[in-house]
Design a protein around this ligand. Structure first.
Ligand SMILES: Nc1ncnc2c1ncn2[C@@H]1O[C@H](COP(=O)(O)OP(=O)(O)OP(=O)(O)O)[C@@H](O)[C@H]1O
Ligand SMILES: [Mg+2]
Length: 296
């Protein structure tokens, strides 16, 4: 076979191979942040929702995926009433934009508590249809925040692995702390490409938070050779509970309370130090997510 024939054959082979790969999304939000934790009830949904509002107040267009499969939380915290969810989109009953609901400060919410697991079983054409709808949405979204369920389940890990950044939330309590460590350990064995960060919630004071945060950073580096950044903390604050009872995000209910101040600092830190030079993965978010779910 001549050199020219070989080159043609090779190009054909590559083309065939590319056609069998999951579709590649061309557009996705510039930041995709998964908010996750080892232990339940540490404040993920509160941090995800209030962070979304703080980003929106800073002029960003924000979409939250409420991905907690057991209990949908973001809708309750933001007092929105979704009629449909991701499963309606997957089964072709609704368009993606019909499923989205708008919360305070124009933050949009995709209720995904139902439907996420079905994604793993979608055929190529169905997945491509869904991905195209998400690509259109990406043009109107600067930051995508995913509020995951707690714990080391395959679908939580797939969301974290598909995101570009992950905020692992813990409290300074040993139980939450060890569960956060266990989750990071699993992530380290999977060699995920996500930038890992830590947030300490419900801290008694700044010193307690910093001690817990910095300790985790050290332990991760020493025992797992894993780089994780301590992004900041949110103090334990009775206004958080009061805001939840009113179904209002605390950052709007009590903008000057301790928790709101911490949250704004956290949001500002995240916005300021965005590293735009991080190489974009070859595949888009949903392709990465489905791939991780299928690999398990
Ligand atoms: N900074 C805080 N100060 C005081 N209470 C807080 C704070 N953050 C969270 N809480 C309390 O913790 C509870 C759990 O918070 P949240 O629902 O955000 O946790 P979660 O990690 O999303 O839980 P789950 O694992 O069930 O999804 C809240 O109902 C609230 O009462
Ligand atoms: Mg939650």
């Amino acid at each position: 076979m001549s050199g020219v024939d070989q080159a043609t054959k090779l190009r054909e082979l590559i083309k065939q191979k590319e056609e069998t790969l999951p579709p590649i999304e061309t557009r996705e939000p510039s930041r995709i942040i998964a908010v996750t934790s080892g232990k339940g009830g540490v404040g993920k949904s509160n941090i995800a929702s209030n962070l979304a509002i703080a980003f929106a107040q800073a002029g960003k267009r924000v979409l939250i995926i409420d991905a907690d499969l057991s209990l949908a939380n973001v809708d309750i915290l933001l007092d929105v009433h979704p009629r449909f969810n991701l499963s309606h989109v997957i089964f072709g009953e609704r368009k993606l934009e019909e499923v989205l609901v708008e919360g305070p400060e124009g933050v949009r919410i995709l209720p995904a508590s139902s439907g996420v697991t079905e994604l793993a079983n979608l055929g190529h054409a169905q997945l491509e249809g869904l991905i195209n709808q998400f690509s259109d949405l990406a043009d109107e979204t600067d930051i995508l925040i995913i509020d995951t369920a707690a714990g080391i389940s395959e679908n939580v890990l797939a969301f974290v692995a598909a995101a570009r950044e992950a905020l692992v939330v813990t409290t300074p309590e040993p139980t939450a702390y060890t569960d956060a460590y266990a989750m990071l350990k699993v992530l380290s064995t999977r060699q995920v490409e996500v930038q890992l960060g830590l947030v300490v919630n419900m801290a008694g004071d700044e010193r307690e938070a910093a001690q817990a945060g910095e300790n985790m950073v050290l332990v991760c580096r020493q025992f797992m050779n894993m780089g994780i950044r301590y992004w900041g903390h949110v103090l334990k604050d009775p206004d958080v509970g009061a805001a939840i009872r009113r179904q209002e995000p605390f950052i709007l209910y009590a903008p000057h309370c301790h928790a709101s101040r911490c949250l704004r600092t956290l949001a500002a830190n995240l916005l300021e130090s965005h590293n735009g030079s991080v190489p974009r993965p070859r595949k888009g978010f949903w392709s990465r997510f489905v791939e991780h779910l299928r690999i398990k």
